[in-house]
Design a protein. Structure first.
Length: 448
């Protein structure tokens, strides 16, 4: 089985970076085997219709006609030409997606996608997203964060608390938020109106600690023991900023499942639609169909899209139309729990065309050959880019000899040929009576 992240990043063995963060962005393109790649940060996944249409225009005019959803609720364009940077930047600027070019890679904010949209009667944390984004973009120091540093804003349901964020805000009640940093057992209760500013203070605390450590840490978990962040240290910084805070243990929250596909009944006269994109990839036609429904979209960290604001009487018909467009709209769809990295031909590191192999296995799943309650992630190499977090899953890794397969509570298999995968997955995806923890992977290279 893959080794736990803690084994790979123990604070007894601090990560020492010998180079700057090369995480791709909208202005810093990444050269891939299928052309250049741009990663566009969309804080909280919150996207308006006009911006969505301009992103589709960029994908059609400059890229390969698709948009990829990432595990942080961002969007990627692939197949870009080497000389398109200026034109792409102009389109994104028109879309309002480059509010601060010097900060565009640090706007990594995930938020509970259904906050304010369902009948849970939890605090709505969506307003925290633009507030934190504005503070980040206005802070000169925040430009020093790596493109991998992550903020999570959870409305109390416990969905994005499972995403291993560096700074987490959890709505405690209508008036307070609990703030903590990665690995902490104690957090700080702060007034809800001050929550975004408190999160920025925590990020500044990390930057100062990383500078003092001299290891060029990119994330909180990479700080060595002598420079670890503490609730007391964070509390002192908050007090200096005029933010009242009181200590509170970080709760052992049950990890809520991500939004499932279907109609989400709202607290008022409107409903939302939740859909998933097979393998996290949308054609521009699918993307534009979603954008046209209400002019609002929420991209989720689970490669899905939530469309809010539909009249309840039309929601079911709209969902059926999205099913016809090839999106995942039903809980029993075999694509619901299948994810994959880019694989060949887009990634030079990959040993296989993992998406094609996944499609073949899902085709077999229609007849029941590879269905099961466990998610499965296909990786072209040992980096396992984009693997699931916070849930049990089947780990498939391509090697020159075939696929290595690991699943909770089962003996690993090595060198499984593609034509035997459907049968192997049929067994591996069934939950054993006493399942082991989810496969854990090294905290390696950033998983987009």
């Amino acid at each position: 089985m893959p080794q736990p992240p803690s084994a790979a990043t123990s604070r007894d063995e601090p990560v020492i970076r010998d180079r700057g963060d090369a995480c791709p962005g909208a202005l810093r393109l990444h050269a891939a085997d299928d052309g250049f790649l741009a990663r566009v940060r969309i804080p909280g996944g919150l996207l308006g219709g006009a911006a969505a249409r301009l992103l589709a225009e960029a994908a059609d005019r400059l890229g390969d006609g698709h948009l990829d959803l990432t595990s942080r609720g961002n969007a990627q364009l692939r197949g870009l030409g080497a000389g398109c940077g200026g034109e792409l930047a102009a389109l994104l600027d028109r879309a309002g997606l480059l509010p601060a070019p010097t900060h565009e890679r640090v706007r990594n904010i995930v938020a509970s996608p259904l906050t304010g949209l369902d009948r849970r009667e939890l605090p709505d944390v969506a307003p925290w997203v633009p507030a934190l984004d504005r503070l980040l973009c206005a802070s000169g120091a925040a430009a020093g964060l790596s493109g991998r540093f992550l903020f999570a804003l959870d409305d109390g349901r416990g969905d994005v608390t499972s995403l291993a964020a560096d700074v987490t805000l959890l709505a405690w009640d209508a008036d307070r938020a609990l703030l903590w940093t990665a690995g902490a057992r104690e957090g700080l209760l702060v007034p809800a109106p001050h929550a975004p500013r408190a999160a920025l203070v925590a990020a500044g605390y990390f930057l100062d600690a990383a500078r003092a450590a001299g290891t060029r840490a990119w994330r909180v978990g990479e700080l060595p023991p002598g420079h670890a962040l503490t609730a007391a240290g964070l509390g002192a910084r908050l007090a200096a900023e005029g933010v009242p805070a009181s200590p509170e243990p970080v709760p052992e929250h049950p990890r809520a499942a991500p939004p499932g596909p279907g109609v989400v009944t709202g607290p008022g006269p409107t409903s939302a639609l939740s859909v998933l994109a097979p393998l996290g990839r949308l054609t521009t036609a699918q993307w534009l169909r979603l954008a046209a429904l209400t002019g609002r979209m929420r991209l989720t960290p689970w490669r899905g899209v939530v469309v809010p604001g539909l009249p309840a009487r039309t929601a079911a018909a709209a969902l059926a139309g999205l099913a016809d467009a090839g999106l995942v709209t039903a809980p029993d769809d075999p694509w619901r729990s299948v994810t994959a990295c880019t694989g060949r031909p887009g990634c030079a590191r990959s040993h296989a065309d993992v998406r094609a192999d996944a499609r073949a296995a899902v085709g077999a799943a229609v007849t029941g050959a590879a269905r099961g309650p466990l998610a499965v992630h296909w990786s072209g190499c040992e980096r396992r880019c984009g693997h699931p977090r916070g849930t049990a899953w089947v780990d498939l890794v391509a090697t020159p000899q075939g696929y290595d397969l690991a699943a909770p509570g089962r003996d690993p298999l090595h060198g499984v040929p593609p034509d035997a995968l459907a049968t192997a997955l049929a067994d591996a995806r069934r939950t054993p009576q006493n399942p082991a923890p989810a496969p854990r992977v090294p905290q390696a290279p950033y998983t987009p």
